[in-house]
Design a protein around this ligand. Sequence first.
Ligand code: AMP
Ligand code: GLY
Length: 414
Amino acid sequence: MKVLLLGSGAREHALAWKLAQSPALTKLWCGPGNAGMAARWECVGVDVLSPSAVVALARSLLVDLVVVGPEAPLVAGVSDALREAGVLVFGPSAAAATLEGSKAFAKEVMERANVPTARWELFDDASAAARRARVWGPVVVKADGLAAGKGVVVAGSGEEAEAAVRSLGALPAGRRILLEERLTGPEVSVMAFCDGARYALLPASQDHKRLLDGDQGPNTGGMGAYAPAPVLDAKGLEETGRTVIAPVLDVMAKAGTPFAGVLYAGLMLTPDGLRVLEFNARLGDPETQPLMMQLDEDLLELVATCASGHLARQTLRVHPGVSIGVVLAAKGYPESPVSGDPIEGLDAVKGVEVFHAGTKRVGDQIVTSGGRVLTVCARAATFNAARDLAYAEAEKIRFAGMHYRRDIGKFMTG
Ligand code: AMP
Ligand code: GLY
């Protein structure tokens, strides 16, 4: 199969690495990709937010399958345009991706599917939400739309909640505001490959969203991740499939918008049982990096059967042991990342995978070109061994202002 993979993050580099292990792969293009992907596969410039540009590229390359990594092209309708053009695509329709694109829509689907989630109220205008927030007291305030990880504020008091309503209400994503009951407990992510009706679960994973060790500092896109996450055992994983993924697939199919792609459930394990905090319509970044190292399946076969509606299995084989991914970030990340710093030491790294994100080649030199620069991923028999390996190799890499967390996989929860 000839495959076009859309995206340019470390998630996509990990997907490319895994797709390339399939005997069925004859050619892989990455659009637009990054310097790490370009070292092994052909990268092509493309505006991934333009459905017509992606269709034209897929046609000109005569690809058999397009794999969509990030959420923005999904919400922009790239999958729909490809399907209409008769191109096989792994990634949900824009209508199905609304599970990620609108938190209010996700809540309505959860209500219909009887999926356990926090109590919520939806407001069409910020002043009504602000008045109500005062009454709720400690509450979670969410902008309805896509806000690149900046759309949620966990407020400790009515005053904080009011301020959050005002600031989120000013975002384009904040035209509608949700107030949500504040839950407590460890968080864990469960991702399912779906073909519109059936699903197969990846092991549970956990990411570390805060910038600094000990879950301190501002939120980021994710500073590291590990899988499997022991906080959710096999029974909990099975329960998530049965009580969350299956009923949502059912509701989406009955509504005429079947979900085919990766359905990502962000869960909180509360004292009263598991609750869904959010859905994403794609694989997580950085969780995908360690997950691809754990997965012992032909990824190309898996995504192709999901794309064609013929997913044949419910359980996925995984390697023994655990994988850990440590994100190396650029100076100034997340507020104002600096680009253009030369990266040294990449050739010295051994026994791990280094997945690129914000990197580009300038002459013979690879330089930084984004906030999250690399994910160093190690697989080993135990967490301690995987951590030791990942950090020993990460230390061989250097660029000006490089920073990373030292506690990935140390069972920080919440
Ligand atoms: P979301 O994008 O909806 O997953 O929210 C981002 C983060 O906000 C989550 O990872 C949680 O840490 C926190 N959060 C979201 N909803 C709640 C909730 N109902 N109770 C407590 N924390 C929450
Ligand atoms: N790591 C969380 C996400 O990809 O949304």
